[in-house]
Design a protein around this ligand. Sequence first.
Ligand code: 13P
Length: 238
Amino acid sequence: MKLIVANHKMNLTLPEVLDYKHKIEEINTSKIKLVICPSYPYLVELNSNNYYLGSQNVGILDNGALTGEISAKQLSFLHVSYVIVGHSERRTILKENNSDIQKKIEHVLKTGMHVILCIGENQEEKDKGKTKKVLKENLEILKNISANQLGKVIIAYEPIWAIGTGVIPTNDEIYEITEYIKNLIYDKYDVDIKVLYGGSVSPDNIVELEKIRNIDGYLIGGSSLNPKKMSDIINKVR
Ligand code: 13P
């Protein structure tokens, strides 16, 4: 069963998100696992039986003095099941580093929620042929995680140059990178990890993306804000 994750980023007002919920609840989600990651203030309102709730981020501390942040434990009490960690926008714009991301992953796993760890190369790294090197370094973040805990970790391969640009890798490229990630994890931990593709996924390219045999789902930004586009994508996913 494919995992479809909607990352709303910093979008939608309260009236818009309530309308969104109403429309998303009408979609038949029986053939997929749908996760909606709204902005923090809407997590309570968006709780639903038709999909899982996800968070776009989590704080680096267990609890205490960290103004403006939310802990993994607090999220788990809001029925959140999935937490996105290490999104490229947080790494590049907010300067989040690997040590921060490691702490976040540990806190999330302690609560029993799933981690969606985002990794991906930028345009310059791609042009220099460094994609696999970058991904391998990104995956070092998992070095302190046990094989058992890895069962709750999902990797989202999001080439930074494909996010919000309408440009996506070829199917062969996505297949090769997904296989590379899965093999790295399998060789090291003996675990079959799930890998999502993210970056400009839309109703226009989903049929083509669905021809890739080894991806386990999608992490969707822009298109996920539109219930009609979400419905189109979900209906085309096998
Ligand atoms: P887009 O689908 O808008 O390219 O965003 C992808 C993304 O960053 C999801 O986390």
